[in-house]
Design a protein around this ligand. Structure first.
Ligand SMILES: C[S@@+](CC[C@H](N)C(=O)[O-])C[C@H]1O[C@@H](n2cnc3c(N)ncnc32)[C@H](O)[C@@H]1O
Length: 185
């Protein structure tokens, strides 16, 4: 789903989700030296946390909404924030040691295409961290059946070390799917 200007402004005002962003960035275990990409950064709350861990000059983000990109650039000066979706990330292959996303994957028009595009952007050993609200039924989050679909797709793409962490955030549960690019082909 595309966010228009008003939708983006309302989201940024009412739905910052600092705790969920903190949980995903925590699972990503970012450290100095990492080169990080956030996908679907929205207003840039997660990007700001990532930049604190690795430095803004090692932090990048994409979002298809120009309004969100403008907000994220303002929030994190020095980060490389571009207008794009997961399916057409405009960065070179093999350049990120960590890629993370929160509450974005369920918006992607082509989830499998997005997963393929993102795994290609990872360095060997780079990690992909996908956070979504855990749901019983399909909606704005991810169901256990959809987690199985995503992990199967990541396995088919050659990702290793697959695991799903569940984090309690307020009254909600966050499912965070973690995988790594193999270090050897
Ligand atoms: C619910 S918001 C989450 C924003 C932010 N990650 C957060 O947690 O505050 C969903 C985000 O996904 C973005 N989005 C929509 N389609 C996308 C796509 N194909 N690829 C990447 N991001 C997308 C939206 O523009 C929006 O910023």
């Amino acid at each position: 789903m595309a966010f228009g200007t008003i939708g983006a402004r309302l989201y940024a005002w009412f739905n910052r989700h600092p705790e969920a962003n903190r949980a995903v960035v925590d699972v990503a275990a970012l450290r100095p030296g990492d080169h990080v990409l956030e996908v679907g950064c929205g207003p840039g709350v997660g990007l700001e946390l990532a930049a604190r861990a690795v430095g803004a000059d090692h932090a990048a983000a994409v979002d298809p909404s120009e309004t969100f990109v403008a907000m994220a650039r303002k929030r994190v000066p020095g980060a490389d924030v571009r207008v794009a979706g997961a399916e057409d990330v405009p960065f070179d292959d093999g350049m990120f040691t960590a890629i993370f996303t929160l509450a974005s994957m369920h918006h992607w028009a082509d989830r499998d295409g997005g997963l393929a595009a993102l795994t290609a952007k990872l360095t060997p050993g780079g990690r992909l961290v996908l956070g979504e609200r855990l749901l019983d039924r399909a909606g704005h989050g991810i169901t256990p059946a959809q987690i199985d679909e995503v992990t199967a797709r990541l396995t088919a793409l050659g990702q290793t070390g697959l695991r799903t962490e569940r984090r309690r955030v307020g009254r909600r549960t966050l499912a965070v799917i973690v995988s790594e690019r193999p270090t050897a082909p």
